[in-house]
Design a protein around this ligand. Structure first.
Ligand SMILES: CC(=O)[C@@H](O)[C@H](O)COP(=O)(O)O
Ligand SMILES: NCC(=O)COP(=O)(O)O
Length: 268
């Protein structure tokens, strides 16, 4: 039973929580100095609509989420005790200071470089970079001491799951870009099978499972139907793009009303 999934939804078979990544709302906001669209208002809207979590990935260059967004959201979420706050980033760069200050429910460690365009790979804990495991271990311990669950962003490689568990992670977030780009092609079944086997390997060593990156409303159902045990998906780019498109008609009606109001007879 996933505690983030409401009993009514669970009764209908839902097992996976939706955490909305608000990076792209901040990206648009940052292109002017007007404070719109508001990240906290976006959070309120998605939570009122039924999302079970909020995700942000504050990058060191603050191209989208800024330090004040992280604390503003933490303040807002005090009024939503059942909602999970997930903060993603590289613990060797800026993430740990954020985690110490905010103590979210979940920290997702992502091995991005400081100027990364977007996340494009998971942790390599053995092989070429054994020291990442040694450097991660005390930071994971520190998160646990702060009461913060740790999820490691991982490629869908079944053989890597044991190392993620041994370094102390509670969860893995399976990096789904390869699935998203294979979805609807002849490669879909083969790529999806790698995720199924990775999830099985993760469950077998006692890890819980999240998933994210380039998931969308077309590719999501096939993924969740096939991959066992996914407790949470974090979705940003496609979801915010959909929110824009699904909102155009209502918005145009509102603007047309404003134009009509300008030419309406004045009230006496
Ligand atoms: C780990 C991951 O996949 C997301 O956090 C994603 O990278 C969001 O970051 P951007 O919104 O900067 O692309
Ligand atoms: N962890 C993945 C995430 O938060 C959102 O990724 P995307 O949907 O913006 O690709």
């Amino acid at each position: 039973m996933n505690p983030l999934v409401a009993p009514e939804a669970a009764a209908r078979g839902a097992r996976t929580a939706l955490s909305v990544n608000l990076n792209k709302v901040a990206l648009l906001r940052n292109s002017r100095h007007l404070g719109i669209p508001s990240v906290t208002r976006a959070a309120t809207c998605v939570l009122e609509a039924g999302a079970q979590g909020i995700t942000v990935h504050p990058r060191p260059d603050e191209r989208h989420i800024r330090a004040h967004d992280v604390t503003d959201l933490a303040e807002l979420l005090k009024a939503w005790p059942q909602v999970e706050y997930n903060i993603e980033g590289n613990p060797f760069h800026n993430l740990m200071d954020v985690i110490r200050a905010v103590r979210p429910h979940q920290a997702t460690f992502v091995p991005d470089s400081t100027d990364q365009f977007t996340s494009d790979h998971g942790w390599q804990l053995g092989g070429n970079s054994p020291d990442d495991a040694e450097r991660l271990r005390p930071l994971i311990d520190e998160c646990h001491a702060l009461g913060v669950r740790v999820s490691l962003f991982m490629d869908p490689d079944p053989s890597a799951m044991r190392a993620a568990r041994e370094v102390g992670a509670d969860r893995v977030e399976l990096y789904t870009e390869t699935y998203a780009s294979a979805w609807g092609t002849v490669r879909q079944a083969e790529v999806l099978d790698g995720f199924v086997r990775s999830a099985e390997a993760a469950l077998a060593v006692g890890l819980e499972i999240n998933a994210g990156h380039d998931l969308n409303r077309d590719n999501l159902s096939d993924f969740l139907r096939a991959v066992p045990g996914v407790l949470e998906v974090s979705i940003g780019h496609a979801l915010i793009a959909d929110a824009l498109e699904l909102g155009y008609a209502e918005t145009i009606r509102a603007y047309q009303r404003s134009i009509q109001n300008a030419f309406a007879p004045a009230r006496s």
